[in-house]
Design a protein around this ligand. Sequence first.
Ligand code: ZN
Ligand code: ZN
Length: 347
Amino acid sequence: MPSARHGQAATCFLIEVDNGDKFLFDVGTGSMANVAALMIPYDMLDKLFLTHLHTDHMGDIDALWAGGWTAGRSKALRVWGPSGSREDMGTKYAMDNFLRFANWDFMTRAALISPIPGRIETTEFDYKGVNQVVYQENGVTIRSIPAVHAGDGPVSYIFEYAGLKVVFGGDTFPNKWFLEHARDADLVLHEAFLGPEDFVKLYNQPPGLAWRACCAFHTSGQAFGKVMSTIEPRHAVAFHFFNEEATRYGLYDNIRETYDGPLSMATDLMVWNITKDAITERMAVITEDAWAVPGTARQPGPERGRKSEYTPFILSGRWDEGAQPAQKRMLDEFAEKYGLQDDDWCK
Ligand SMILES: [Zn+2]
Ligand SMILES: [Zn+2]
């Protein structure tokens, strides 16, 4: 949901295949704290597929981008996403202008760390493509189909690897492309919205908006169930609802009016292990205090000749005569241990 909540992040799914390759699908507000808690080297989190450009599906791109940059990602972040009905509604426009929004961040880190991991390489594809291949590498094929949500642009993704198929709906009203191309899937993740009454009572929405949000540009529990009983996946996953005691039973009952197959009610850090034999739901084990994990590649060093973003005016304000003697012993020991020269740290 777009309103942030301490106990639950917005949409983000990570797909991991058995050759180690990893793929992020959406990176909604608050989700990167959960992703970071899995302690995956950021070099392996360099592929992001966006279903659409609502902030609850891309709002934590800043944390993925800058967090990965400072924690050792050695290369650019790669982003795939749909075009829009106009240039300014597409993924390329969003990413290019995100970098404009974050320009001070980019320029200062580029001068101090390396500009390379701060780049974003965007692959924008036609949102109208039906079952079009948008990615194909190392045995993984990712296709897109159009979704029906809030305006033109959103898509759903179909992920195939080793004879297994996962479909991620993103946000969408039930649609004919989904019914046709999400068939024969092992795992299908589709949004299921809380009923409009919940939104009136718990989210302070006027009834008219609650009705439209739930059931006109999202998918109600009953409609979710109808989609699943029509396409019959091996396992269905409902997401995009605040999952708590006050809400989960009502939504579950709504879904069960129209679907009686295997079902997970998604919550943060829920994991599905998918093989030909079984699909197992479990919870990830995490630490609250995760640190970055080194990858196999070294991050490039600072760009030679790149201009500092300081001016002499600001540097003239430094209190070196107080600070440097205070930290000298500690830094001398550190420099000796790692073989650093004075100018590696004294600036
Ligand atoms: Zn949305
Ligand atoms: Zn959403």
